[in-house]
Design a protein around this ligand. Structure first.
Ligand SMILES: Cc1cc2nc3c(=O)[nH]c(=O)nc-3n(C[C@H](O)[C@H](O)[C@H](O)COP(=O)(O)OP(=O)(O)OC[C@H]3O[C@@H](n4cnc5c(N)ncnc54)[C@H](O)[C@@H]3O)c2cc1C
Length: 528
């Protein structure tokens, strides 16, 4: 059966905050957009998981202080132009898109209801974060998705998993394109998860908004599709990627064999909770004089060392002697622990560090342009340079919003100038050639490959990295990658295979970058 061919002016891959902000910016200016998501609805990204809030800085003095805070968190490995752009333009994006356009109900100060309830987070020198209780991401995405679904100019295509970018150099069949110096992105090959056909989605401009990479690790707070799909596609198309070694880990996530990891807030340690090992010993003072209140990366490293020393797969957070009513102060944690049969008033919480945020990705400028013509990248899959070697809390939602809006505006300018891909180029793009007919996508094989990738990444390319561990990971992932390439060629595509293929390549790229960078910096820790 012939697969349908789609064409749109703008193709956006991913329906999180970054992709939807770009889509709405364009649609509001009268441009048609196609928005792809792998699930049955627009939900399912990391954006709706965000709890803490989003930076909202509007006065010049605070913006200068914000820049300074970002440099400190990022170990001065940040890109100055991008940091300044976020600090000076971010407030306007929050005001225009989230407050004026979407009416997101951010909390107000109970004593001064005309003001926002600005809160403070680790690394910030002033309270400048707005929030909706502890479900900020959910509140933002509910309003944004509703606006997208109502908009006549946005065509939402669900159950679509992007497989590969289409470029003139790699795919155009007309001989003359092989001799063009300028390679261009003209869309993507996309798996329809329902029909299992790979559809060419042709476009004048393509935006990658596919989110983070956390799921290539054994423990992660991220959504299931956070396997670096945009980064892996971009790399195959020859696009420049950067800072791939910088994976931020959160020290405490809830450990349970059958449940996804959820965050256990660091504020609990601030209020007297202690980390203990399986023998009930408080181990943090052995690693750092500041004990449980040591910085995030030191706590995460200490937990891993303790797990290795005791042979345990998790440690515990003892919340039974805290100086507050733990149920009232931490209702979200109380409820998620209760669901797995733990009463945090009387029992310690099993916890483990988890991959949380990715600072690297597809290199972009302030407009979201990549090194490949007609290709943009926004949000967590991109590397704007604002985070440097580590992220300052609550700047990532703002980065996704601001770069989504900025890319949307830039694309609107390109379309207004009628700079479309020529019909001859589009005609010269072939349908996807499906060579695979050996139905061997045995779920046991896919599951085992994921177990291998996640354990390799956790044990060798995790919180503490050594040359020997990284070399071992490099060799193992290279073999697995080759094996998967073969598998991919002989097996018809499925959603699981697409995700596995992207994830394996992302893991390999992180490992390569970590091996190359011999210097400990920010969240890249070499333990030699
Ligand atoms: C538990 C948690 C708490 C957080 N708390 C905060 C916070 O308080 N403040 C803050 O600033 N940041 C926070 N973050 C980080 C922040 O949520 C993310 O950085 C941000 O939401 C990323 O937005 P995004 O649009 O780039 O990606 P996402 O929201 O993850 O969206 C990516 C989209 O791409 C889709 N996709 C992926 N691959 C494909 C494919 N091949 N084809 C089609 N679609 C695809 C996904 O399904 C998804 O729709 C938190 C993250 C987590 C996990």
């Amino acid at each position: 059966m012939e697969s349908p061919r789609y064409y749109s002016h703008v193709l956006i891959i991913g329906s999180g905050l970054a992709g939807c902000s770009a889509a709405l910016t364009l649609a509001d200016q009268g441009y048609d957009v196609s928005l792809l998501t792998p699930l049955e609805s627009l939900d399912g990204g990391n954006s709706e998981k965000a709890q803490g809030g989003i930076v909202f800085s509007t006065n010049k003095e605070d913006q200068r202080a914000l820049e300074k805070d970002m440099y400190i968190a990022g170990h001065r490995y940040n890109f100055g132009k991008a940091v300044r752009f976020l600090a000076t333009q971010g407030g306007e994006a929050v005001q225009k898109m989230l407050v004026d356009r979407l009416h997101v109900p951010f909390d107000k100060d109970p004593e001064h209801p005309e003001r926002w309830d600005f809160t403070l987070e680790g690394g910030h020198s002033a309270p400048r974060i707005v929030h909706c209780a502890d479900y900020t991401g959910e509140a933002i995405m509910e309003a944004l998705h509703a606006a997208i679904l109502r908009h006549p100019r946005v065509r939402v295509l669900t159950q679509r998993s992007a497989v590969d970018l289409i470029t003139t150099e790699h795919h155009a069949t007309t001989t003359s394109y092989r001799y063009h110096l300028r390679n261009q992105c003209v869309g993507a090959y996309v798996l329809n998860n329902k029909t299992l056909q790979v559809e060419p989605h042709l476009a004048d401009l393509t935006v990658l908004a596919t989110g983070g990479v956390g799921q290539v690790y054994l423990h992660s707070t991220n959504c299931p599709w956070a396997v670096g799909t945009g980064i892996s596609m971009a790399q195959r198309a020859g696009v420049r990627i950067a800072n791939m070694e910088f994976v931020q880990f959160h020290p405490t996530s809830l450990f349970h064999r059958d449940q996804p990891r959820s965050l256990i807030t660091e504020a609990m340690r601030g209020e007297g909770a202690h980390l203990i090992n399986k023998k009930g010993e408080a181990f943090m003072p052995r690693y750092d004089g500041r004990g449980d209140l040591a910085p995030r990366d030191i706590v995460a490293q200490s937990i891993v060392s303790e797990m290795l020393a005791t042979g345990a797969d998790h440690v515990f957070l003892d919340t039974t002697h805290m100086h507050c009513d733990v149920q009232e102060r931490f209702p979200t944690v109380y409820e998620s622990c209760k669901k797995i049969g733990i009463d945090i008033r009387t029992q310690p919480i099993p916890v483990v560090p988890a991959a949380h945020y990715f600072c690297g990705g597809v290199l972009v400028d302030q407009r979201g342009r990549t090194t490949l013509d007609r290709l943009y990248a926004v949000g967590e899959c991109s590397c704007t340079g604002i985070h440097g070697a580590n992220r300052l809390a609550s700047t990532s939602l703002l980065e996704a919003l601001l770069w989504g809006v900025s890319a949307g505006n830039d694309i609107a300018g390109v379309l207004a100038g009628r700079d479309n891909v020529s019909p001859r180029v589009l005609e010269s793009i072939p349908d996807w050639e499906s060579t695979g007919n050996e139905h061997n996508d045995d779920p046991a094989l896919v599951a085992q490959d994921w177990v291998s990738i996640r354990h390799i990444m956790w044990n060798y390319v995790g919180i503490m990295r050594t040359e020997a561990r990284l070399r071992r990971a490099f060799a193992d992932l290279r073999d697995l990658s080759e094996h998967l390439h073969d598998f991919y060629r002989h097996t018809p595509l499925s959603e699981e295979l697409v995700r596995l293929f992207h994830g394996c390549q992302t893991a390999y790229l992180i490992t390569q970058a970590a091996l190359r960078n011999k210097r400990s910096l920010g969240c890249h820790h070499r333990d030699e």
